[in-house]
Design a protein around this ligand. Sequence first.
Ligand SMILES: C[S@@+](CC[C@H](N)C(=O)[O-])C[C@H]1O[C@@H](n2cnc3c(N)ncnc32)[C@H](O)[C@@H]1O
Length: 309
Amino acid sequence: MYRKSYPWSDIIQARGVVSLYKDLELELITCSSTNQEELENNMYGSHKTDLIVKYYDQAFGISGEAELAWYLSMVDASGGPVLDLACGTGRLAILLANEGYEVTAIDQSAGMLDQFKAKLQGHSSELAERIHIDHQKMSDFELGMKFNTVICCDAFFHNLTVDDEISCLSSIVRHLTTDGHFVFNLPNPTCDFLLRSVASAGRDFETRGRYPLEGSSDNLLVEQAQSCDLQQQLITTTLRITRYDPQGNEVEKGESNWMSRYLFKHEAIHLLYGCGLEVRSLVGDYRNGPITEEGQLIFDVKLINTDIV
Ligand SMILES: C[S@@+](CC[C@H](N)C(=O)[O-])C[C@H]1O[C@@H](n2cnc3c(N)ncnc32)[C@H](O)[C@@H]1O
């Protein structure tokens, strides 16, 4: 249950930022709720139709060694069993199972989980047996056991409403052991981040990256266009993914959308507190550096009082 004594000062502060942008007469684009629901349910859909799913490992799940090493070190400190929330194609779950941890991995996308299961076939049966995959939403899940570590890498921001964030955190609290840790990352919505998001609204597609495709001479061009709803703190990203052969001919092309909801640093801290979790450490990058304009918000949190849940 959410604590009643929620401090609203950060929300008021966030509204202050909204009026600032309104004063600057920047364009706000808002999504209708039906549109949002449709987008939410179709994010990372089927790998047969959604090129994000098909090419996730080559073009999206590539944040690097430091990220994987940081999550592994956090699990080493608090131990297994581990719950990998919004596990995607199993990047972290497979790494952790390889280190001997029992991992339960959930995700709402059947397509991402199909890719994950296909990847497991290339690993030993001992490793595969340590991984338990479940098709569930992170906003409200029930797994019937507790975990010493819950991780949510590059995904908590896919909770698109305050209700979903609270419900997700409450589900996490129900699944943590008394000394368990929840570790996750969020983007850091600095002024620059907000200005860029608003300024990019309505603009043409911009290049996000170009990626060689393993086992082929083809390459992938990923372009993106964004719209931003400052009132709801939502960013909608449309990705255009084009695969080219070595001669530069288009082989495959598709568009997909994803949505994310950003949280301000203190808003996130209060939200966690309101749900019964306290911040043990908050760093700005995967080398445990300070929070900066360019970095993220990377949290290690623990239960504060199990009586309230
Ligand atoms: C950027 S990917 C991250 C995947 C993985 N954690 C990683 O680090 O590679 C985001 C994942 O969140 C999943 N997702 C989005 N909304 C979700 C929800 N409400 N419940 C469960 N999974 C969700 C997507 O299907 C996708 O697999």
